[in-house]
Design a protein around this ligand. Structure first.
Ligand code: SAM
Ligand code: SF4
Length: 515
């Protein structure tokens, strides 16, 4: 039989964060030796996996409605004499468990984020159950096993492309009162440093030039130091490594041009990591550092373990370490008990700090979390009004930050073909999407790009020089950064200070100019 005939088709639909994107890719790696190859849609798939996210409301409902569509598909395939296996993975699977099998009997398999290394065995069990005419019921595996899935995942991973994700840490012990992560992902766990270095080396050998280190609390990373005798470059010593140390080691990998990490907690941002921002040129000057609220009262009710002053101080230290650092954040509006005054404090903090980009959400009561049962739940219309005001302010800051790049020359890592013919797209050091016309041979390279215009979510540029360093250097040929005026934002009952543009300071460097 030919290989094509043996191939089984796998369709993974990923919801939520980058950690889920990484997990989906690893599920495909686990299934590759069984002959599964990726397909574009569920229609012709032998195995469909919904890799779900449970962070906000309606997550489960979205999954159930997708399962409704899949039921019709599975039925049509059965009528054609073909078998389709449906699996639900990730945090909704962990949270809902057997309820999924009860509500959606078309589902064959439910497994949580910590057990997907067992997929081959789970699929075999699901096939046996299907063989018994489905009478054996669906298969459920939502344990938090003692063994780490990372010890059981195959070393061989399909290349992720120029920009790759690498999970270094999972789970969380912080128990913010609004958050389901400690319940769905389990306790904090860091992978050993040597394992991460080896995986990063394989990624770079497979074509990655940028790696984003992932974790629910990535800067809480404290993985076991490489054992004696294992080559760790210049980094011998301590029993465990923090994220700063890990970043320094990864930056030594030949061919790896850029490093990023997400998501960080302000509490875990230590001196070593701040120093890495100053001293490791491969570490990009962009940091997602969620603050959630600008009110100390609300931060305390959220059990965040930091105050606004701690956040201000850390940001000041980061900016002292790396003058051009661009910041991103997460915000929740309408947390129980949040008053107009608390919300005004959030707007004031945003104005003071200045963000290049941010995510903001209405508080959503997650069953089982302490905040869901708190007094003072904020009415939906008030949440909606506050969210609109905050998003207007954040959008104005993002637009101002993007505008401030016009006329500058930025190093851009070209990652993919653009939508228009002859166009490539990539990322600036500050995570902005950049579109430019360039030959496809530049894919995977860091080029110097002169920014012509800025849109709300991207920059248009032209190729300036074929080579540039990883991310620090910027030549500003004749450009003076244009001054930016942004609209002021008001919300009923709240006075908002005017919008401040996130500061942009960049060292200059020489780049060859293309004719
Ligand atoms: N570990 C990160 C931190 O401490 O900031 C956050 C990770 S969480 C997966 C991503 C974001 O989802 C949070 O920063 C928060 O803004 C948002 N989020 C989590 N639970 C939420 C809830 N119940 N309602 C609204 N937003 C929520
Ligand atoms: Fe959730 Fe982040 Fe808080 Fe952990 S630190 S409970 S992941 S919001």
């Amino acid at each position: 039989m030919s290989e094509v005939a043996l191939a089984k088709k796998l369709y993974v639909k990923t919801y939520g964060c980058q950690m889920n994107v990484y997990d989906s890719a690893r599920m495909a790696d686990v299934l590759a030796p069984l002959g599964y190859v990726a397909t574009e849609g569920p229609e012709d798939a032998d195995l469909v996996i919904l890799n779900t996210c449970h962070i906000r409301e309606k997550a489960a409902e979205k999954v159930y409605s997708e399962l409704g569509r899949l039921r019709a598909l599975k039925q049509a395939r059965a009528e054609a004499g073909e078998r389709m296996t449906i699996a639900v993975a990730g945090c909704v699977a962990q949270a809902e468990g057997a309820e999924i099998l009860r509500r959606a009997p078309q589902v064959d398999l439910v497994f949580g984020p910590q057990t997907y290394h067992r997929l081959p065995e789970l699929i075999a069990r699901a096939a046996r159950a299907q063989g018994a005419g489905g009478r054996a019921g669906g298969v459920l595996d939502i344990e938090f096993p003692v063994e780490s899935k990372f010890d059981h995942l195959p070393e061989e991973a399909a290349p992720q492309g120029v920009s790759a994700f690498l999970s270094v840490q999972e789970g969380c012990d912080k128990f913010c009162t609004f958050c389901v992560v400690p319940y769905t992902r389990g306790a904090e766990h860091s992978r050993p440093a040597a394992e991460i270095v080896a995986e990063a080396e394989r990624m770079v050998a497979g074509g990655a030039r940028e790696i984003t280190l992932l974790g629910q609390n990535v800067n809480a990373y404290h993985g076991a130091a490489p054992p004696r005798g294992v080559s760790v470059g210049a980094m011998g010593g301590a029993a465990s490594w923090g994220l700063g140390r890990l970043i320094r080691r990864l930056a030594e990998i030949e061919g790896l041009a850029r490093l990023r990490y997400t998501t960080s907690h302000p509490r875990d941002l230590d001196d070593e990591l701040i120093a890495a921002h100053a001293e490791v040129p491969e570490l990009m000057p962009y940091l997602h550092l969620p603050v959630q609220s600008g009110s100390d009262r609300i931060l305390e009710a959220m059990n965040r373990g930091h105050r606004t002053e701690d956040y201000r101080r850390k940001v000041a230290r980061l900016r002292a370490a790396r003058g051009d650092l661009a910041l991103s954040s997460d915000f929740i509006v309408g947390f129980p008990g949040e008053t107009d005054r608390d919300f005004a404090d959030t707007l004031a903090l945003v104005t003071e700090i200045g963000f290049a980009q941010a995510y903001s959400f209405k508080f959503s009561a997650r069953p089982g979390t302490p905040a869901a049962a708190m007094d003072g739940q904020v009415p939906e219309p008030v949440k909606a009004e506050r969210l609109a005001a905050l998003q207007a302010l954040l959008a104005a800051q993002q637009a101002a930050f993007n505008q401030a790049q016009a006329g500058r020359v930025l190093p851009v890592l070209l990652e993919a073909r653009g939508r228009k013919p002859g166009q490539l797209t990539g990322r600036s050091p500050y995570m902005q999407a950049v579109h430019l016309a360039a030959p496809a041979r530049y894919l995977g390279q860091i080029v110097a790009a002169r920014i012509d215009t800025a849109q709300a979510n991207s920059l248009s540029a032209r190729l300036w020089a074929a080579e540039a360093g990883p991310g620090a250097e910027v030549a500003a040929p004749s450009a003076t950064t244009p001054s930016v005026t942004t609209p002021s934002v008001t919300t009923p009952g709240v006075t908002t200070p005017s919008v401040k543009t996130p500061s942009v300071k960049t060292p200059s460097v020489k780049t060859g100019v293309l004719a």
